[in-house]
Design a protein around this ligand. Structure first.
Ligand SMILES: [Zn+2]
Length: 161
């Protein structure tokens, strides 16, 4: 499914809104230099800044916050058909959350290199995920004596009826 290409004026407006809230959040000390506007059709659902500092939350990236707030506002886990306008190229976490929510289009302005130049590199995530440097996290699969985990699947199936 593809979404219609927005007009230049619409793109400008969505980015302007994201940039405005980003600057406000930075000045208020609530978040870093990132913002996002999430749009359905020509309706702005949410426009948010990064909330990492406000919430003492390393996951408070603007795109993730936008997804979280939009889902809560609309009472759904499905944001398919919506379009994200992010002031900066999304990190892998935010790409992930957009994909979990069904968002298939994200326009961004600044790049990962711009962010890195200002101290916000996500290269460690990208290298971990592409397998070129897995030294940053030990993901250890425990295979023995994990009966509780198997029981969760049994319980889940039972609850599905
Ligand atoms: Zn992110």
């Amino acid at each position: 499914m593809s979404t219609p290409t927005p007009t230049r004026e619409a793109v400008d407006a969505y980015f302007a809104q994201a940039a405005e809230i980003t600057v406000a959040a930075m000045r208020a000390g609530t978040g870093g230099p990132f913002g996002a506007t999430l749009v359905r059709g020509d309706e702005v659902i949410v426009s948010v800044g990064n909330t990492v500092l406000r919430d003492t939350d390393p996951s408070g990236h603007a795109e993730l916050v936008a997804v979280r707030e939009a889902c809560a506002k609309l009472g759904t886990l499905d944001l398919s058909g919506m379009v994200m306008y992010a002031t900066c190229e999304p990190c892998p976490m935010c790409v992930g959350v957009m994909m979990w929510a069904g968002i298939r289009t994200c326009y961004y302005a600044s790049t990962r290199d711009d962010a890195a130049e200002h101290g916000f590199s996500d290269l460690h995530l990208r290298r971990f995920l592409d397998g070129s440097d897995t030294s940053t996290m030990d993901l250890v699969h425990l295979t023995e004596d994990r009966d509780e985990s198997a029981q969760i699947w049994t319980e889940f199936r039972a609850l599905q009826g």
